[in-house]
Design a protein. Structure first.
Length: 230
């Protein structure tokens, strides 16, 4: 079931799905299948993302030789650290399918990553929704929310201290340059944050804009808000 175009924050189209991971894999398959060029995907971290990538690795019909994988945000930890997003992406997707290239983020080489992003728009940026309303590593009250024009990558921390580690993240401008943003929001633990977004609260995730923004949400995440989306 899908809802009409959302008029306020968050922007985009919201689809209610039974299985967020399966729906995400289907979207990626369509993007890759319809592209006449090498496709650049920016991937995220978290358990919902892990489920999405494990399901994506089993998706039939994807020509992985035309897919490059990037990282949308990263904790400033060693690559093999259990909290590293690149480790999650490697384990759940990159080591399972023959992608054309994988470009992990390195907090000490932000300029190199920014230069790579400046080469052209990302085809798809995958984002999640934190319980506090953050997305990527763009946290409420962080200076990273107001990065200077032209900045595509930013070092950031969570001012509240709830989310540990210094991080590197795509900026809103980098995300806005992408062709498609796909949010995946699953489970009752995300209901409060999603409700706050749907009722117009100015959380970081509500500021995301792009060529197209798609929210894939399950019924548990929507809770009582499901009725008003029908």
């Amino acid at each position: 079931m899908s809802a009409p175009e959302l008029l306020g924050p968050p922007a985009g189209q919201l689809e209610v799905v039974d299985d967020v991971a399966t729906a995400f894999a289907g979207v990626v398959a369509r993007v890759v299948g319809s592209a006449g060029h090498r496709v650049r995907l920016a991937l995220s971290g978290g358990e919902t993302a892990r489920a999405c990538y494990e399901r994506l690795a089993r998706q039939d019909g994807i020509d992985w030789s035309k897919v490059e994988c990037l990282v949308g945000d990263e904790r400033c930890v060693p690559p093999a650290d259990p909290d590293a997003n690149q480790r999650l992406i490697r384990q759940s997707l990159v080591e399972r399918v023959p992608v054309a290239a994988f470009h992990p983020m390195d907090c000490e080489r932000a300029g190199d990553y920014e230069a790579m992003l400046a080469e052209g728009p990302l085809d798809l940026v995958h984002l999640g929704l934190g319980p506090d309303g953050h997305t990527a590593s763009l946290f409420s009250h962080s200076p990273a929310l107001d990065s200077p024009p032209g900045r595509l990558v930013v070092r950031t921390v969570d001012p509240s201290g709830r989310n540990p580690y210094e991080r590197l993240s795509l900026t809103f401008e980098a995300i806005a340059r992408s062709r498609l943003v796909v949010f995946t929001v699953s489970g009752a633990s995300k209901h409060e944050a999603l409700h706050r977004l749907l009722t117009g609260e100015d959380l970081p995730a509500a500021r995301v804009r792009a060529g197209e923004v798609l929210w894939l949400c399950d019924r548990e995440a929507l809770g009582e808000d499901l009725g008003r989306l029908g």
